[in-house]
Design a protein around this ligand. Structure first.
Ligand code: URA
Length: 212
């Protein structure tokens, strides 16, 4: 598994404001949106393209366009929804599927409660959106879900990651012959006893949408 920490001063600047507990929800949503677009630029470095020819006003030129089948963007509900607009801004022709996963706060185990994905993901490049790679349970379950449907290349985009989550993904995905990458804005210190990322930013879903 490849892990890429996007090390860029603009990303660090926006992330700092995102972490700040005094940042209100509207500002948090805007910052998350902007951050995802910057991360999407890194995450799509290996998006598949095919050669095309165009005519400029001066003459013929060769270039590329995104290959078929279209990439699939999959926000993990609920907090991943806050990353969708920022992602499709950069990849407007992508299709969007939805995966609802909830983490039991006592066992920290992830279960699937909603699935709106194509039945067959053969040959598809998939981009999973989940702001927090904490214990890794949700992302590991989501990645297995996509692989079982045939996905053959998966990139997870997260705002923050914890070393424990990365280690769990590495061990749970060890036998997989599908390439998996994680692109994240920062690798934080650790998880606390409640499974929250430290220093983190708190509960991403609550900060995006309020406590429900
Ligand atoms: N989910 C969150 O929203 N925040 C964390 O710190 C960990 C998991």
């Amino acid at each position: 598994m490849r892990v890429h920490v996007a090390d860029h001063p603009l990303i660090a600047h926006k992330l700092t404001a995102l972490r700040d507990e005094t940042t209100d929800s509207p500002t948090f949503r805007r910052l998350a949106d902007e951050l995802v677009t910057l991360l999407a630029y890194e995450a799509t470095r290996d998006v598949r393209v095919q050669p095309v020819e165009v005519r400029t006003p001066v003459g013929p030129a060769t270039g590329v366009r995104l290959s078929q089948p279209k990439p699939l963007v999959v926000p993990i509900l609920r907090a991943g929804l806050g990353m969708l607009d920022g992602m499709v801004r950069l990849l407007p022709t992508a299709e969007v599927g939805f995966l609802g996963m909830v983490r039991d706060e006592s066992t920290l185990k992830a279960t699937t409660y909603a699935n709106r994905l194509p039945d067959d993901l053969s040959g598809r490049q998939c981009y999973l959106l989940d702001p927090m790679l904490a214990t890794g349970g949700t992302l590991a379950a989501a990645i297995h879900f996509l692989v079982d449907l045939g996905a053959d290349d998966i990139t997870a985009i997260t705002l923050l990651s914890a070393p424990e989550g990365v280690a769990r993904l590495e061990s749970e995905l060890a036998g997989l012959d599908v390439p998996v990458s994680v692109v994240t804005a920062a690798m934080d210190e650790r998880l606390n006893e409640h499974g929250y990322i430290v220093p983190g930013l708190g509960d991403a879903g609550d900060r995006l949408y309020g406590v429900v």
